[in-house]
Design a protein around this ligand. Structure first.
Ligand SMILES: C[S@@+](CC[C@H](N)C(=O)[O-])C[C@H]1O[C@@H](n2cnc3c(N)ncnc32)[C@H](O)[C@@H]1O
Length: 304
């Protein structure tokens, strides 16, 4: 399934946890066709804007590191050669694996650690990379490499503000390269603006009109994810209020959420959503370890 999706849709080169990649066909089917400005207050890794046509993109996420990463790639999109050359130099300098650049893992290591050879090979290189980034946190290209080679492609900082994820069992491979090329190609010719603030402040800073479209993918109250720690009942109530205000101004919106997950139920959101159009969205993907996809009721709620 993923391979056929990748032929049709741009995969975000951030491989963001909880991204909307697998749901894109269903989201797109429900999006308006005539979008002046595409406004996305919780854009995360960007998999939705990267697959939406609009005249202008106003994007936001409270995670300033994610926004810095987007800005980095957008800046490089006008000079891709510099990007590939800089990234290859860093990969060689740290002696990381990179099947794409022909830097493969020795056969002996593959045999000895058949399931974890990338992690074994990259561990020391990754530790050096992480130490260098923590010494100069303005070096966003190092942060991108940490994300690619790190555990689950995540970004996480400890209380002291240091990046603290361990190495992942991953590589700079053809999928990463294809996603980067797709990103560069998409953003190159587009008018895209990024902000990093709370969603409400962001929406208040824009004069939204009826020709615009606001898509929202907030953290979900009842599922687990690193960024869900930032989200609580108060945020949910603010979100609902903001959406009702957009509706009163005839601004089209669509918001993703989960009505129930395993034994948890989001009553507040469900009750609120009844006044709008509720579309159930289904991911056909069921993970090998966790066969519980069917216990999740995910929806797209739209006011048009
Ligand atoms: C479900 S994720 C979005 C994923 C995105 N749709 C994608 O495909 O990558 C939710 C995002 O909301 C952001 N977030 C959390 N609280 C926020 C807030 N108060 N204002 C704006 N963004 C927030 C998180 O950093 C996270 O990136």
């Amino acid at each position: 399934m993923e391979t056929s999706l990748r032929k049709t849709f741009n995969r975000s080169p951030f491989f963001y946890v909880g991204d909307k990649f697998k749901l894109l066909p269903q989201l797109k089917e429900n999006f308006p066709k005539d979008i002046n400005r595409f406004i996305e207050p919780f854009c995360g890794g960007g998999s939705v804007f990267l697959n939406t046509q609009a005249k202008q993109y106003l994007l936001n996420d409270i995670d300033s590191n994610m926004v810095a990463l987007h800005k980095l790639l957008i800046a490089y999109s006008n000079n891709e050669d510099a990007f590939w050359s800089n990234i290859q130099t860093l990969i060689e300098q740290y002696a990381l694996s990179a099947t794409y650049f022909g830097k493969d893992i020795p056969q002996e290591l593959r045999k000895e650690f058949p399931k974890t050879y990338f992690a074994k090979y990259n561990k020391d290189a990754y530790t050096n990379l992480r130490a260098d980034f923590n010494a100069d946190k303005n070096n966003t290209l190092l942060l991108y490499l940490l994300l690619i080679y790190g555990f689950n492609h995540m970004i996480r900082f400890n209380a002291k503000g240091d990046f603290n994820l361990p190495v992942g069992n991953v590589d700079f491979n053809n999928n990463v390269v294809a996603a980067l090329k797709g990103y560069f190609e998409f953003v190159k010719s587009k008018d895209i603006q990024f902000n990093s603030t709370d969603f409400e402040a962001f929406l208040n800073s824009v004069e939204i009109t009826e020709k615009d479209f606001v898509y929202l993918d907030p953290p979900y109250l009842i599922t687990f994810s690193e960024y869900n720690k930032l989200w609580d009942e108060d945020c949910e109530m603010r979100l609902i209020r903001v959406l009702d205000e957009l509706n009163a101004r005839h601004v089209r919106f669509a918001v993703s959420n989960v009505l129930w997950h395993r034994k948890k139920y989001n009553g507040t959101f469900n009750y609120w959503a009844q006044q709008y159009n509720i579309v159930r969205v289904k991911s056909n993907y069921i993970s090998f370890n966790d066969n519980t996809e069917k216990d999740t009721y995910e929806v797209l709620v739209k006011n048009y």
